[in-house]
Design a protein around this ligand. Structure first.
Ligand code: 6MZ
Length: 351
C-alpha cells in the first residue's frame, strides 16, 4: 500500500459512490456567483455566511432550509438548472465520485415559464452533456418535499414514471425530503406505494430529528419498506424501529458533516454511523448538501477514518460495498465493481 499518499489524497483518489446529494444544496459558491450574474442580481448573498455553513460552524437545522430557498430563488429558469447540474456533476467527478445519484424537487415557476417537466428536462440534458465529458455515471431521483400537497407529490411520481422510459433509465427513483419538522410523512404513503409498484426505487428521509423516533410516521414509512433510509439519525433510539431496519436490511445514507453542522448530532464521534457500522449494517457515506455544508465526499471519508479509526482497506470496503446499494441496475453494478477493482491495483500499489 502506498503509505506515502496522505489520507486526504487517498480519500480523493478512492473511487466513490455518492447516493445522497440534493441538487440545490450541492451547488458551490462559484456556481452561485454565476447564477447571480445571469440573473442580474447583486452579490448580496454571495458571502459565505449567507449561503453556506463554514468549517467548524454549526447552526440549527432550520438554517440550511433558509439557504436552500435563496439558492432555489436564484435558479428559477431552465438555463440555471442546467448550469447548476452541469457544475455539480463536474465537481463530484473531480472529487473522485464515479457513480452519482442526484436528487431534486421539480419546481413550477410561472413567471419564468419553468414547469416540473422542463425542470426535469434541464437536469437530464445536463446529465447527457456530461456523459462523455466526465468520468462519472449519473442517475436521478425526483424528490417530494414534505411541505408539498399529495397532489404535487403524485405529479412528481407520474413524471418519474414517464421519464424512466424517456430518459433511458437515468431516472431511477423517488426521494422524500424537506424540513422534517413540517408535515406528516404518512400522507405520502399511497403515492410512494404507487411509485414502488411501478418499479421506482425509494430513498426516504426518515427519523432525521429526535421527535421522529417516536412519531407514528417513522414505523409507517419503514414498513413500506424503502430501498434506503436517508439519515435515520434517531432510529437506533427506538428498539422496534431498529429491529425493522435490521430485519429488512435497509441501508443507511450517512451524512456526517451535514448532521453535525445542522446540530442533529452533537459531534462526529457521536454520529450514529458508529452504531450501525459496528453491527456491520450497510452504510453509505454521502454529502447531503456539499455546497451548503462546505464539504466533499472525500472529506466525509476522511472524517470517518479519523473519527472511527478506519484503515484504508476499511475505506475501500465502504466504498466498494456502496455499489450494492445503487439504484442503477445489476449490469451497471457489475461494471462499477470491475472499474473499482481496476482502480484498486493503482491505489494500493506499493511505490
Ligand atoms: C439537511 N438535511 C435535509 N433534510 C431534508 N431535506 C433536505 C435536506 N437537505 C436538502 N433537503 C431537500 O432538498 C431541497 C434542496 O434541493 P432541491 O431544490 O430539491 O434540488 C430542500 O428544499 C429540501 O427539500
Amino acid at each position: 500500500m502506498d503509505e506515502a499518499l496522505g489520507l486526504a489524497e487517498f480519500c480523493r483518489q478512492l473511487p466513490k459512490v455518492e447516493l445522497h446529494a440534493h441538487l440545490s444544496g450541492s451547488v458551490s459558491e462559484t456556481t452561485i456567483q454565476k447564477l447571480q450574474v445571469k440573473k442580474g442580481v447583486g452579490h448580496d448573498h454571495a458571502h459565505q455566511g449567507d449561503i453556506a455553513i463554514g468549517k467548524g460552524e454549526t447552526r440549527h437545522l432550520e438554517e440550511p432550509f433558509r439557504i436552500f430557498k435563496i439558492i432555489q430563488d436564484l435558479s428559477d429558469t431552465e438555463e440555471a438548472i442546467f448550469t447548476m447540474t452541469e457544475d455539480v456533476i463536474s465537481e463530484f467527478a473531480a472529487d473522485g465520485v464515479r457513480y452519482l445519484e442526484l436528487r431534486s424537487t421539480p419546481r413550477h415557476v410561472p413567471h419564468t415559464g419553468m414547469t416540473p417537466s422542463t425542470y426535469v428536462e434541464s437536469i437530464l440534458s445536463a446529465i447527457q452533456t456530461c456523459k462523455d465529458r466526465e468520468d462519472v455515471v449519473v442517475r436521478l431521483l425526483l424528490a417530494i418535499d414534505r411541505r408539498q400537497s399529495v397532489e404535487t407529490a403524485t405529479t412528481t411520481v407520474r413524471l418519474a414514471q414517464e421519464y424512466v422510459l424517456r430518459s433511458d433509465g437515468v431516472v431511477v427513483g423517488i426521494d422524500l425530503s424537506g424540513n422534517p419538522a413540517v408535515g406528516d410523512g404518512r400522507d405520502f404513503i399511497p403515492v410512494l406505494k404507487e411509485a414502488q409498484n411501478s418499479g421506482l426505487k425509494l430513498a426516504l428521509h426518515i427519523a432525521e430529528i429526535s421527535q421522529q423516533a417516536t412519531s407514528p410516521e417513522t414505523a409507517a414509512l419503514l414498513s413500506l419498506p424503502p430501498d434506503r433510509v436517508g439519515h435515520g439519525t434517531f432510529i437506533h433510539h427506538n428498539q422496534d424501529l431498529a429491529d425493522m431496519v435490521v430485519d429488512k436490511n435497509i441501508p443507511f445514507e450517512i451524512c456526517l458533516t451535514s448532521n453535525v453542522k445542522a446540530q442533529t448530532v452533537a459531534s462526529y464521534s457521536d454520529h450514529h454511523f458508529q452504531h450501525w457500522y459496528s453491527k456491520k449494517h450497510p452504510c453509505v457515506l454521502c454529502t447531503d448538501d456539499k455546497g451548503v455544508f462546505c464539504t466533499t465526499l472525500s472529506e466525509e471519508y476522511r472524517h470517518a477514518a479519523e473519527t472511527f479509526q478506519l484503515t484504508r482497506p476499511d475505506l475501500w470496503d465502504l466504498s466498494y460495498h456502496s455499489i450494492d446499494h445503487t439504484f442503477g441496475g445489476e449490469d451497471l453494478k457489475q461494471q462499477l465493481r470491475d472499474k473499482w477493482n481496476t482502480e484498486k491495483e493503482k491505489l494500493f500499489q506499493t511505490t
